[in-house]
Design a protein around this ligand. Sequence first.
Ligand SMILES: [Zn+2]
Length: 433
Amino acid sequence: MNTSKERTRDEILVLENGRILDVENERFIERGVIIVRDKLISDIGSRGEVEIPKNVETIDLKGNVVLPGLIDAHMHLTGMRTGDLVKEPLLTPYEVFVARAIKDLEALLDAGFTTIGDAGSVIALNLKQAVEEGTIIGPRIIASGYPLSQTFGHGDEHYLPVEWVDARTTKKLTPMMSLLCDGVDECRKAARYALRQGADFIKVMATGGVLSQRDRPEYIQFSKEELRAIVEEAEHANRFVHAHAQGSKGIIHAIEAGVKVIAHAIYIDDEGCELAKQRNVVVVPTLSVVEHILRYGEKIGIPPWGIEKSKEVYEEHISNIRRAYRRGVKLATGTDFMGGREAFRHGDNALEIKLLIEKIGMRPIDALKSATLYAAEAVGLSSLTGSLRKDKYADLIVIKGNPLDDPDLLLKRENILMIMKEGRIYKNIIEKH
Ligand SMILES: [Zn+2]
Protein backbone atom coordinates (compact mmCIF):
# COMPACT_ATOMS: atom_id res chain seq x y z
CA MET A 1 0.00 0.00 0.00
CA ASN A 2 1.29 3.49 -0.83
CA THR A 3 1.22 5.79 2.12
CA SER A 4 1.86 9.47 2.01
CA LYS A 5 3.41 11.45 4.79
CA GLU A 6 0.87 12.84 7.18
CA ARG A 7 0.31 16.51 6.48
CA THR A 8 1.02 18.79 9.38
CA ARG A 9 -1.88 20.43 11.15
CA ASP A 10 -3.71 23.05 9.14
CA GLU A 11 -2.05 22.03 5.92
CA ILE A 12 -4.61 22.04 3.14
CA LEU A 13 -5.19 19.59 0.33
CA VAL A 14 -7.60 20.24 -2.54
CA LEU A 15 -9.29 17.39 -4.38
CA GLU A 16 -10.83 18.69 -7.59
CA ASN A 17 -12.79 17.45 -10.55
CA GLY A 18 -14.51 14.55 -8.77
CA ARG A 19 -18.04 13.16 -9.24
CA ILE A 20 -18.97 13.27 -5.58
CA LEU A 21 -21.81 11.05 -4.42
CA ASP A 22 -23.99 12.96 -1.97
CA VAL A 23 -25.63 9.90 -0.36
CA GLU A 24 -28.02 11.94 1.78
CA ASN A 25 -29.57 13.75 -1.18
CA GLU A 26 -29.15 10.86 -3.65
CA ARG A 27 -27.32 12.94 -6.24
CA PHE A 28 -23.90 13.43 -7.75
CA ILE A 29 -22.05 16.71 -7.32
CA GLU A 30 -20.46 17.09 -10.76
CA ARG A 31 -17.04 18.74 -11.10
CA GLY A 32 -16.84 18.51 -7.33
CA VAL A 33 -14.21 20.02 -5.09
CA ILE A 34 -13.29 18.86 -1.58
CA ILE A 35 -11.07 20.96 0.64
CA VAL A 36 -9.31 18.81 3.25
CA ARG A 37 -7.81 20.57 6.25
CA ASP A 38 -6.00 18.35 8.73
CA LYS A 39 -8.39 15.41 9.34
CA LEU A 40 -11.60 17.09 8.25
CA ILE A 41 -13.48 18.24 5.18
CA SER A 42 -13.41 22.02 5.53
CA ASP A 43 -15.51 22.67 2.41
CA ILE A 44 -17.22 20.69 -0.34
CA GLY A 45 -19.31 21.55 -3.42
CA SER A 46 -19.18 21.90 -7.16
CA ARG A 47 -16.55 24.06 -8.81
CA GLY A 48 -17.50 27.71 -8.44
CA GLU A 49 -19.39 27.09 -5.17
CA VAL A 50 -16.25 26.45 -3.19
CA GLU A 51 -13.49 28.94 -2.61
CA ILE A 52 -10.23 27.20 -3.55
CA PRO A 53 -7.19 28.39 -1.59
CA LYS A 54 -4.12 29.36 -3.63
CA ASN A 55 -0.71 27.67 -3.54
CA VAL A 56 -1.85 24.46 -1.93
CA GLU A 57 -1.39 20.84 -2.93
CA THR A 58 -4.07 19.81 -5.43
CA ILE A 59 -5.06 16.40 -6.76
CA ASP A 60 -7.07 16.08 -9.98
CA LEU A 61 -9.61 13.27 -9.52
CA LYS A 62 -10.15 13.18 -13.30
CA GLY A 63 -13.92 12.89 -13.14
CA ASN A 64 -13.89 9.67 -11.12
CA VAL A 65 -16.64 8.86 -8.60
CA VAL A 66 -16.01 9.80 -4.96
CA LEU A 67 -17.82 7.91 -2.18
CA PRO A 68 -17.68 8.22 1.59
CA GLY A 69 -15.31 5.59 3.04
CA LEU A 70 -17.16 2.28 3.48
CA ILE A 71 -18.16 0.92 6.90
CA ASP A 72 -18.69 -2.67 8.07
CA ALA A 73 -20.85 -2.20 11.16
CA HIS A 74 -20.75 -5.78 12.43
CA MET A 75 -17.69 -7.95 12.03
CA HIS A 76 -15.10 -9.71 14.17
CA LEU A 77 -11.39 -9.14 13.92
CA THR A 78 -10.28 -12.50 15.26
CA GLY A 79 -7.41 -13.69 13.07
CA MET A 80 -9.34 -16.92 12.46
CA ARG A 81 -8.48 -18.67 9.20
CA THR A 82 -10.98 -21.56 9.23
CA GLY A 83 -14.60 -21.98 10.26
CA ASP A 84 -13.67 -24.54 12.87
CA LEU A 85 -14.77 -22.71 15.98
CA VAL A 86 -13.96 -25.73 18.14
CA LYS A 87 -10.39 -26.69 17.20
CA GLU A 88 -8.75 -23.58 15.75
CA PRO A 89 -9.05 -21.37 18.85
CA LEU A 90 -7.68 -24.14 21.07
CA LEU A 91 -4.74 -25.11 18.85
CA THR A 92 -3.50 -21.69 17.74
CA PRO A 93 -1.28 -19.43 19.88
CA TYR A 94 -3.04 -16.18 20.71
CA GLU A 95 -0.21 -14.09 19.24
CA VAL A 96 -0.73 -15.77 15.86
CA PHE A 97 -4.33 -14.57 15.89
CA VAL A 98 -3.15 -11.04 16.65
CA ALA A 99 -0.57 -11.09 13.83
CA ARG A 100 -3.20 -12.26 11.33
CA ALA A 101 -5.65 -9.63 12.56
CA ILE A 102 -3.05 -6.94 11.75
CA LYS A 103 -2.92 -8.23 8.15
CA ASP A 104 -6.74 -8.26 8.05
CA LEU A 105 -6.82 -4.59 9.04
CA GLU A 106 -4.56 -3.72 6.11
CA ALA A 107 -6.82 -5.70 3.77
CA LEU A 108 -9.92 -3.92 5.07
CA LEU A 109 -8.48 -0.46 4.50
CA ASP A 110 -7.20 -1.53 1.09
CA ALA A 111 -10.75 -2.58 0.21
CA GLY A 112 -12.04 0.93 0.95
CA PHE A 113 -13.27 0.39 4.51
CA THR A 114 -12.30 3.39 6.61
CA THR A 115 -14.32 2.38 9.70
CA ILE A 116 -15.18 -0.99 11.20
CA GLY A 117 -17.53 -1.90 14.03
CA ASP A 118 -16.22 -4.95 15.83
CA ALA A 119 -19.03 -6.74 17.63
CA GLY A 120 -17.03 -9.05 19.83
CA SER A 121 -13.28 -9.55 19.86
CA VAL A 122 -10.84 -8.18 22.36
CA ILE A 123 -8.17 -8.19 19.63
CA ALA A 124 -10.02 -5.38 17.83
CA LEU A 125 -10.40 -3.44 21.04
CA ASN A 126 -6.68 -3.55 21.74
CA LEU A 127 -5.46 -3.06 18.17
CA LYS A 128 -7.56 0.12 18.08
CA GLN A 129 -4.79 1.80 20.05
CA ALA A 130 -2.11 0.52 17.64
CA VAL A 131 -4.05 1.98 14.68
CA GLU A 132 -4.66 5.30 16.41
CA GLU A 133 -1.01 5.76 17.35
CA GLY A 134 0.05 4.86 13.78
CA THR A 135 1.99 1.70 14.64
CA ILE A 136 -0.12 -0.31 12.22
CA ILE A 137 -2.38 0.63 9.31
CA GLY A 138 -6.11 -0.02 9.24
CA PRO A 139 -9.62 1.39 9.38
CA ARG A 140 -10.83 3.33 12.41
CA ILE A 141 -11.92 0.70 14.93
CA ILE A 142 -15.07 0.99 17.02
CA ALA A 143 -15.19 -2.09 19.22
CA SER A 144 -17.22 -3.78 21.92
CA GLY A 145 -14.46 -6.02 23.22
CA TYR A 146 -15.96 -8.88 25.21
CA PRO A 147 -19.63 -9.62 24.46
CA LEU A 148 -22.04 -10.36 27.33
CA SER A 149 -23.78 -13.72 27.26
CA GLN A 150 -25.95 -15.57 29.75
CA THR A 151 -24.87 -19.07 30.81
CA PHE A 152 -26.22 -21.35 28.06
CA GLY A 153 -26.25 -18.30 25.79
CA HIS A 154 -24.93 -17.72 22.27
CA GLY A 155 -21.56 -16.59 23.64
CA ASP A 156 -21.21 -19.54 26.02
CA GLU A 157 -19.31 -22.09 23.97
CA HIS A 158 -21.35 -25.09 25.03
CA TYR A 159 -18.75 -27.68 24.05
CA LEU A 160 -16.09 -26.26 26.42
CA PRO A 161 -15.88 -26.43 30.22
CA VAL A 162 -17.66 -23.31 31.44
CA GLU A 163 -14.58 -21.88 33.17
CA TRP A 164 -12.73 -21.87 29.82
CA VAL A 165 -15.34 -19.62 28.24
CA ASP A 166 -15.47 -16.51 30.41
CA ALA A 167 -12.64 -14.06 29.73
CA ARG A 168 -12.26 -13.50 33.47
CA THR A 169 -11.64 -17.17 34.32
CA THR A 170 -10.14 -18.86 31.26
CA LYS A 171 -6.47 -19.85 31.13
CA LYS A 172 -6.47 -20.22 27.31
CA LEU A 173 -6.77 -16.90 25.51
CA THR A 174 -8.93 -17.21 22.39
CA PRO A 175 -10.20 -14.47 20.06
CA MET A 176 -13.90 -14.80 20.92
CA MET A 177 -14.07 -14.91 24.71
CA SER A 178 -17.26 -13.68 26.42
CA LEU A 179 -18.38 -12.44 29.79
CA LEU A 180 -20.94 -14.85 31.22
CA CYS A 181 -23.45 -13.17 33.50
CA ASP A 182 -26.79 -14.16 35.00
CA GLY A 183 -29.14 -12.00 37.01
CA VAL A 184 -29.32 -8.21 37.11
CA ASP A 185 -26.34 -7.71 39.41
CA GLU A 186 -23.97 -9.92 37.44
CA CYS A 187 -25.13 -8.24 34.21
CA ARG A 188 -24.36 -4.81 35.62
CA LYS A 189 -20.95 -6.00 36.76
CA ALA A 190 -20.16 -7.59 33.38
CA ALA A 191 -21.24 -4.42 31.55
CA ARG A 192 -19.00 -2.37 33.81
CA TYR A 193 -16.15 -4.83 33.20
CA ALA A 194 -16.57 -4.48 29.42
CA LEU A 195 -16.46 -0.69 29.84
CA ARG A 196 -13.39 -0.99 32.07
CA GLN A 197 -11.65 -2.84 29.23
CA GLY A 198 -12.42 0.10 26.91
CA ALA A 199 -15.61 -0.91 25.08
CA ASP A 200 -16.93 1.73 22.68
CA PHE A 201 -20.34 0.05 22.89
CA ILE A 202 -21.71 -3.02 24.65
CA LYS A 203 -22.49 -6.20 22.75
CA VAL A 204 -25.06 -8.59 24.19
CA MET A 205 -26.33 -11.94 23.01
CA ALA A 206 -30.10 -11.48 23.26
CA THR A 207 -31.09 -14.75 21.55
CA GLY A 208 -29.66 -18.11 20.63
CA GLY A 209 -27.97 -18.47 17.28
CA VAL A 210 -26.80 -20.47 14.31
CA LEU A 211 -23.18 -20.97 15.35
CA SER A 212 -23.89 -21.98 18.94
CA GLN A 213 -24.26 -25.67 19.45
CA ARG A 214 -27.11 -26.25 21.89
CA ASP A 215 -29.40 -23.25 21.40
CA ARG A 216 -31.52 -21.97 18.54
CA PRO A 217 -32.18 -18.53 16.99
CA GLU A 218 -35.66 -18.31 18.49
CA TYR A 219 -34.52 -18.86 22.09
CA ILE A 220 -34.83 -15.68 24.13
CA GLN A 221 -31.66 -14.97 26.13
CA PHE A 222 -31.42 -12.62 29.11
CA SER A 223 -34.56 -11.43 30.87
CA LYS A 224 -35.92 -7.98 30.12
CA GLU A 225 -34.61 -6.82 33.51
CA GLU A 226 -31.11 -8.08 32.72
CA LEU A 227 -31.10 -6.37 29.31
CA ARG A 228 -32.46 -3.18 30.83
CA ALA A 229 -29.63 -3.16 33.42
CA ILE A 230 -27.01 -3.58 30.67
CA VAL A 231 -28.56 -0.77 28.60
CA GLU A 232 -28.63 1.46 31.67
CA GLU A 233 -24.93 0.87 32.37
CA ALA A 234 -24.09 1.63 28.73
CA GLU A 235 -26.17 4.82 28.78
CA HIS A 236 -24.62 6.00 32.04
CA ALA A 237 -21.28 5.89 30.25
CA ASN A 238 -22.67 7.63 27.15
CA ARG A 239 -22.58 4.46 25.08
CA PHE A 240 -25.18 2.18 23.48
CA VAL A 241 -25.99 -1.53 23.21
CA HIS A 242 -25.70 -3.65 20.08
CA ALA A 243 -27.51 -6.99 20.34
CA HIS A 244 -27.17 -10.27 18.57
CA ALA A 245 -30.93 -10.95 18.14
CA GLN A 246 -32.39 -13.48 15.73
CA GLY A 247 -35.81 -14.70 16.92
CA SER A 248 -38.82 -12.39 16.57
CA LYS A 249 -39.58 -12.26 20.31
CA GLY A 250 -35.95 -11.74 21.30
CA ILE A 251 -35.69 -8.85 18.83
CA ILE A 252 -38.73 -7.14 20.39
CA HIS A 253 -37.41 -7.82 23.88
CA ALA A 254 -34.09 -6.19 23.04
CA ILE A 255 -35.61 -3.11 21.41
CA GLU A 256 -38.03 -2.64 24.30
CA ALA A 257 -35.07 -2.76 26.69
CA GLY A 258 -33.43 0.11 24.81
CA VAL A 259 -30.98 -1.68 22.51
CA LYS A 260 -30.00 0.59 19.59
CA VAL A 261 -28.54 -1.87 17.08
CA ILE A 262 -30.03 -5.26 16.19
CA ALA A 263 -27.71 -7.69 14.42
CA HIS A 264 -28.88 -10.57 12.19
CA ALA A 265 -32.66 -10.10 12.75
CA ILE A 266 -33.39 -13.43 11.05
CA TYR A 267 -37.02 -13.67 12.15
CA ILE A 268 -37.88 -9.97 12.46
CA ASP A 269 -41.67 -9.61 12.09
CA ASP A 270 -44.05 -6.68 11.48
CA GLU A 271 -44.09 -5.72 15.14
CA GLY A 272 -40.28 -5.79 15.28
CA CYS A 273 -40.07 -3.60 12.16
CA GLU A 274 -42.51 -1.05 13.62
CA LEU A 275 -40.67 -0.92 16.93
CA ALA A 276 -37.31 -0.54 15.18
CA LYS A 277 -38.67 2.43 13.25
CA GLN A 278 -40.30 4.06 16.27
CA ARG A 279 -37.15 3.75 18.40
CA ASN A 280 -34.74 4.68 15.58
CA VAL A 281 -32.97 1.34 15.80
CA VAL A 282 -30.54 0.27 13.07
CA VAL A 283 -30.77 -3.34 11.87
CA VAL A 284 -27.61 -5.03 10.55
CA PRO A 285 -28.78 -8.18 8.69
CA THR A 286 -25.30 -9.73 8.10
CA LEU A 287 -26.29 -11.70 4.99
CA SER A 288 -22.66 -12.34 3.99
CA VAL A 289 -21.84 -14.77 6.78
CA VAL A 290 -24.82 -17.03 6.04
CA GLU A 291 -24.02 -16.89 2.32
CA HIS A 292 -20.45 -18.02 3.04
CA ILE A 293 -21.45 -20.76 5.49
CA LEU A 294 -23.67 -22.25 2.79
CA ARG A 295 -21.04 -21.83 0.08
CA TYR A 296 -17.90 -22.93 1.98
CA GLY A 297 -19.12 -24.41 5.28
CA GLU A 298 -18.02 -28.02 4.94
CA LYS A 299 -14.73 -27.15 3.29
CA ILE A 300 -13.64 -24.80 6.07
CA GLY A 301 -14.76 -26.94 8.98
CA ILE A 302 -17.96 -25.24 10.16
CA PRO A 303 -19.48 -27.76 12.60
CA PRO A 304 -22.39 -29.73 11.05
CA TRP A 305 -24.94 -28.22 13.48
CA GLY A 306 -23.95 -24.74 12.21
CA ILE A 307 -24.41 -25.73 8.57
CA GLU A 308 -27.79 -27.35 9.30
CA LYS A 309 -29.15 -24.29 11.08
CA SER A 310 -27.86 -21.96 8.33
CA LYS A 311 -29.77 -23.93 5.70
CA GLU A 312 -32.86 -23.79 7.84
CA VAL A 313 -32.88 -20.00 8.31
CA TYR A 314 -31.58 -18.80 4.94
CA GLU A 315 -34.79 -18.27 2.94
CA GLU A 316 -36.80 -16.79 5.78
CA HIS A 317 -33.99 -14.44 6.72
CA ILE A 318 -33.97 -13.00 3.21
CA SER A 319 -37.74 -12.61 3.06
CA ASN A 320 -37.93 -10.99 6.51
CA ILE A 321 -35.18 -8.50 5.68
CA ARG A 322 -37.00 -7.69 2.44
CA ARG A 323 -40.06 -6.86 4.49
CA ALA A 324 -37.96 -4.71 6.85
CA TYR A 325 -36.60 -2.82 3.82
CA ARG A 326 -40.10 -2.32 2.37
CA ARG A 327 -41.34 -1.04 5.70
CA GLY A 328 -38.55 1.52 5.90
CA VAL A 329 -36.37 0.07 8.67
CA LYS A 330 -32.83 1.47 8.60
CA LEU A 331 -30.53 -1.33 7.43
CA ALA A 332 -26.75 -1.14 7.71
CA THR A 333 -24.00 -3.27 6.18
CA GLY A 334 -22.19 -5.76 8.36
CA THR A 335 -20.64 -9.01 7.14
CA ASP A 336 -20.08 -10.83 10.45
CA PHE A 337 -16.84 -12.02 8.83
CA MET A 338 -14.20 -13.29 11.27
CA GLY A 339 -11.27 -13.48 8.86
CA GLY A 340 -10.36 -16.41 6.63
CA ARG A 341 -8.43 -17.59 3.60
CA GLU A 342 -11.43 -17.63 1.29
CA ALA A 343 -14.62 -17.72 3.32
CA PHE A 344 -15.15 -14.81 5.75
CA ARG A 345 -12.03 -13.08 4.39
CA HIS A 346 -11.59 -9.48 5.49
CA GLY A 347 -11.18 -7.37 2.38
CA ASP A 348 -14.21 -8.98 0.71
CA ASN A 349 -16.64 -7.07 2.94
CA ALA A 350 -18.29 -5.17 0.05
CA LEU A 351 -20.09 -8.47 -0.60
CA GLU A 352 -22.78 -7.25 1.81
CA ILE A 353 -23.59 -4.30 -0.49
CA LYS A 354 -23.97 -6.67 -3.43
CA LEU A 355 -26.23 -9.03 -1.43
CA LEU A 356 -28.44 -6.15 -0.27
CA ILE A 357 -29.01 -5.27 -3.92
CA GLU A 358 -29.30 -8.79 -5.33
CA LYS A 359 -31.09 -10.67 -2.53
CA ILE A 360 -33.06 -7.93 -0.80
CA GLY A 361 -33.85 -5.95 -3.94
CA MET A 362 -32.48 -2.69 -2.60
CA ARG A 363 -32.00 0.24 -4.91
CA PRO A 364 -28.21 0.58 -5.34
CA ILE A 365 -28.27 4.05 -3.75
CA ASP A 366 -29.99 2.58 -0.67
CA ALA A 367 -27.37 -0.17 -0.42
CA LEU A 368 -24.66 2.52 -0.49
CA LYS A 369 -26.52 4.44 2.22
CA SER A 370 -26.49 1.23 4.25
CA ALA A 371 -22.71 1.01 3.81
CA THR A 372 -22.07 4.64 4.75
CA LEU A 373 -24.78 6.75 6.39
CA TYR A 374 -26.61 4.01 8.32
CA ALA A 375 -23.49 1.99 9.11
CA ALA A 376 -22.00 5.16 10.64
CA GLU A 377 -25.13 5.43 12.77
CA ALA A 378 -24.79 1.78 13.80
CA VAL A 379 -21.30 2.42 15.16
CA GLY A 380 -22.31 5.67 16.86
CA LEU A 381 -20.30 7.94 14.54
CA SER A 382 -22.94 9.61 12.38
CA SER A 383 -21.76 13.11 13.28
CA LEU A 384 -18.20 12.35 12.16
CA THR A 385 -18.33 10.02 9.15
CA GLY A 386 -20.70 8.20 6.77
CA SER A 387 -21.22 11.05 4.34
CA LEU A 388 -19.09 13.70 2.67
CA ARG A 389 -19.97 16.90 4.52
CA LYS A 390 -18.22 19.94 5.87
CA ASP A 391 -16.71 19.27 9.32
CA LYS A 392 -16.90 15.49 9.02
CA TYR A 393 -13.74 13.37 8.72
CA ALA A 394 -12.16 13.30 5.27
CA ASP A 395 -12.89 9.56 4.91
CA LEU A 396 -13.35 8.86 1.21
CA ILE A 397 -12.65 6.53 -1.66
CA VAL A 398 -12.34 7.27 -5.37
CA ILE A 399 -13.77 4.62 -7.69
CA LYS A 400 -13.16 3.84 -11.32
CA GLY A 401 -16.67 3.47 -12.80
CA ASN A 402 -20.05 4.02 -11.18
CA PRO A 403 -20.86 1.56 -8.38
CA LEU A 404 -24.57 2.47 -8.72
CA ASP A 405 -24.50 0.75 -12.11
CA ASP A 406 -22.38 -2.22 -11.08
CA PRO A 407 -22.14 -3.41 -7.44
CA ASP A 408 -19.28 -5.77 -8.38
CA LEU A 409 -16.99 -2.78 -8.92
CA LEU A 410 -16.46 -2.33 -5.19
CA LEU A 411 -15.34 -5.94 -4.78
CA LYS A 412 -12.28 -5.47 -6.97
CA ARG A 413 -9.38 -3.63 -5.44
CA GLU A 414 -8.06 -2.35 -8.76
CA ASN A 415 -11.20 -0.21 -9.11
CA ILE A 416 -10.39 1.66 -5.90
CA LEU A 417 -8.14 4.43 -7.14
CA MET A 418 -7.75 6.41 -3.95
CA ILE A 419 -8.28 5.75 -0.25
CA MET A 420 -8.28 8.56 2.30
CA LYS A 421 -8.90 8.20 6.01
CA GLU A 422 -8.95 11.25 8.28
CA GLY A 423 -7.33 13.33 5.56
CA ARG A 424 -4.44 10.94 5.10
CA ILE A 425 -3.94 9.23 1.72
CA TYR A 426 -3.29 5.47 1.94
CA LYS A 427 -3.53 4.71 -1.76
CA ASN A 428 -3.54 6.85 -4.89
CA ILE A 429 -3.27 5.33 -8.36
CA ILE A 430 -5.37 7.95 -10.18
CA GLU A 431 -2.38 9.02 -12.31
CA LYS A 432 -2.06 5.52 -13.72
CA HIS A 433 -5.61 5.66 -15.12
ZN1 LIG B 1 -21.26 -11.39 14.94
